[in-house]
Design a binder for this molecule. Structure first.
Ligand SMILES: *Cc1c(COP(=O)(O)O)cnc(C)c1O
Length: 348
């Protein structure tokens, strides 16, 4: 058995997946009487391509990753859930997470009755490689790294990810939901070198398509085949495939949004420290900033009363007294800054 096969749950290794009509016949016959569809054309009377091939071809070009190394899911959240179900035996195996980080890794594990071992991020929210290595054992099937990390907004250095890929024996997932806002190279460039690496990206942030739910996983072909075996046959609907295909025709618009958001982010990072209620603004390579304030609950409620909702992260490990501000457009950010000014005046 290959090292990868050994990591896979035995029932998934031997699983015979559902074979859908559209996966059994892939030609271009004129008369489709194989899937019990309605013959009257609504634009959507046919089942979608279960492997989303035309979309993957476009994404392959965009990301310089072969189409065979791409999985598409109903948001990256589907990929996270599938990874846990592919590799982690409930009640036996566990995942490793590095708090403070994205909450879905734990929720997905909890739903599957898979334990979570937490190894907190260390200095400047970077990896504590020794602590991770010490925490890991044969039951540690997946390590989730988020870079840029949510909610701290920093990149995890590529060198430290590379070192972990060498030292950790399980699957290493690098969640790059915010990579478009970062100056760092994507870990997709490491796929040739490491066959236990999975890189997650999404159309929810930079591409402005959170509503259509499309997430990407990049990995060696054997891992993609496991995803395809376990996923619901038609997990990405036709409306989503069409909307993303169209968005990909206009990459310049995405690049323009990203440039504007980065420039607004730099402006916010410059302005925020001027307020008395702001104690610290953390560096950001994402489309949000983590800000330590004097009275998080009080300020949070004040902002709500001003019609601005931010995210309270003050109870999260390592984020004492912190709020997270998403970077909005110029007008939205100006309203937030005005509200902070007003708060300072009232608390003088
Ligand atoms: C927003 C976000 C995602 C996106 O999830 P989707 O299901 O693709 O919308 C993934 N990971 C992190 C860390 C995020 O913050």
């Amino acid at each position: 058995m290959s090292t990868l096969e050994q990591l896979v749950r035995p029932n998934i290794r031997t699983l015979r997946p559902y074979s859908s009509a559209r996966s059994e016949y892939q030609g271009i016959a004129d008369i489709l009487l194989d899937a019990n569809e309605n013959p009257f054309d609504t634009g959507f009377n046919r089942y979608p391509d279960p492997l989303q091939r035309s979309l993957k071809d476009k994404i392959a070009t965009l990301k310089s990753v072969a189409a065979e190394r791409i999985f598409l899911g109903n948001g990256s959240d589907e990929a996270i859930d599938l990874l846990i179900r592919i590799f982690c035996e409930p009640g036996l195996d566990h995942i490793l997470t590095l708090p403070p980080t994205y909450g879905m890794y734990r929720v997905s594990a909890d739903i599957s009755n898979v334990a979570v071992v937490e190894v907190p991020l260390a200095n400047h929210f970077q990896l504590d490689i020794d602590a991770i290595s010490e925490a890991a054992n044969a039951q540690s099937k997946i390590l989730f790294i988020c870079s840029p990390n949510n909610p701290t907004a920093n990149d995890i250095t590529l060198d430290s990810i590379r070192e972990l890929l060498q030292r950790f024996a399980g699957i290493v997932v690098v969640d790059e939901a915010y990579i478009d806002f970062s100056a760092q190279t994507s870990c997709t460039t490491l796929l040739d070198e490491f066959d236990r690496l999975v890189v997650l990206q999404t159309f929810s942030k930079a591409w402005g398509l959170a509503g259509v739910r499309l997430g990407m996983a990049f990995a060696q072909e054997e891992i993609i085949e496991l995803f395809n075996k376990v996923k619901p046959p038609y997990n990405v609907n036709q409306l989503t495939q069409d909307a993303v295909y169209m968005a990909l025709e206009n990459e310049e618009e995405k690049d323009d949004w990203v440039q504007q958001i980065i420039s607004e982010r730099e402006n916010m990072i410059q302005q925020l420290p001027n307020f008395k209620c702001v104690e610290k603004v953390y560096p950001s390579q994402a489309n949000f900033v983590l800000v330590r304030v004097s009275a998080p609950r009080d300020l949070y409620q004040f902002l709500i009363n001003q019609g601005v909702v931010v995210r309270d992260r003050s109870k999260v490990l390592g984020c004492d007294n912190c709020l997270r501000f998403t970077i909005g457009n110029f007008d939205e950010n100006a309203i937030l800054l005005d509200a902070l000014q007003e708060y300072d005046l009232q608390n003088d």
